[in-house]
Design a protein around this ligand. Structure first.
Ligand code: HEC
Length: 269
């Protein structure tokens, strides 16, 4: 067989098999080559994994975090009975423990990605309460606490079935396409560990496992809120909170963190 033909056949076989599993494996390979000293478990630390002094400062802050009062407030909101006497925990298996690691997921009946925030609102509505403002403080506090019930659980986002795959691919496309001056991947895939405006750039893998976070220890920030900040910096129109675009992007990004332990909330600079 001619070499070119063989190459074409091999290419089409590998292209036919390419999917989320292969995407993640090849991204991991790329990071291992770019950042050989950083262990996989430490990807959750983002840029703190690249700088020992910053990591030690991070450890100090995390041992007595300024946001522990906010986390207490989140706990109170989580435990506060709805008008009908039930609480959030009644909506989730195991009272909500360890479940956040499976979000977002693709809902076959709704034909869309369901984020953890969507599940919180669905719980409220099923109990006769109004939905919360998606990027609002109350939603941020409730999810900070509720997700902390999954600390240590490994992110386990599934992409199974046609609809799920298509949502994943839409999220992936957004990530690799140029918006404004850059693509998300220009920095968080192609330039990890490099410095831009005095800041090192973190890897995509490990970003979605620790949200909400508190910037400067005080400013409650959700994953979609943080994505919007980067989009603005790129000169792009930030994707709307809770839009199909944002939720598909979150789905793709969280899938990439599969296998890493959850920790919520955390400190970031
Ligand atoms: C020009 C470079 C650049 C581009 C393009 C960019 N970012 Fe960022 N991003 C940064 C820098 C710098 C930071 C702060 C340091 C860090 O944590 O990586 C950051 C931080 C983040 C964080 C927080 C990480 C953490 O652990 O706290 C997320 C999430 C993120 N970016 C997502 C995105 C997404 C999604 C896009 C595309 C819409 C994007 N970024 C585009 C440079 C960029």
């Amino acid at each position: 067989m001619k070499k070119a033909l063989l190459a074409a056949i091999l290419f089409s076989v590998s292209a036919a098999h390419a999917g989320p599993v292969e995407d993640r494996a090849s991204l991991l390979d790329q990071y291992r080559q770019a950042l050989p000293k950083i262990r996989f478990e430490d990807y959750v630390l983002g840029t703190f994994s690249m700088d020992a002094a910053a990591k030690s400062q991070y450890d100090d802050i995390m041992s007595f975090p300024p946001f522990s009062v906010d986390l207490d407030e989140g706990k109170k909101l989580w435990e506060k009975p709805f008008g009908n006497g039930k609480t959030y925990s009644s909506c989730f298996d195991n009272g909500g423990k360890g479940i956040a690691a499976n979000y977002p997921y693709y809902d076959e009946k709704l034909h869309r990605v369901v984020t953890f925030e969507n599940a919180i609102d669905a719980c409220r509505e099923a109990n006769g309460e109004k939905a919360l403002s998606y990027g609002g403080r109350e939603m941020g506090l409730v999810t900070s606490y509720a997700k902390s019930l999954s600390d240590g659980a490994k992110v386990d986002v599934k992409v199974e079935g046609k609809g799920a795959l298509s949502a994943y691919l839409d999220g992936k496309r957004y990530y690799y396409e140029k918006h404004g001056k850059y693509a998300c991947s220009s920095c968080h895939v192609d330039n990890v560990g490099k410095t831009i405006n005095d800041e090192k750039i973190s890897m995509l893998i490990g970003q979605a496992s620790h949200y909400p976070e508190f910037i400067d220890g005080t400013e409650l920030t959700t994953l979609q809120g943080r994505i919007r900040q980067c989009a603005r910096n790129m000169g792009a129109k930030p994707p709307e909170l809770n839009s199909r675009e944002s939720n598909d992007l979150e789905y793709f990004m969280t899938y990439m963190s599969n296998g890493l332990p959850m920790q919520t909330p955390v400190f970031r600079k």
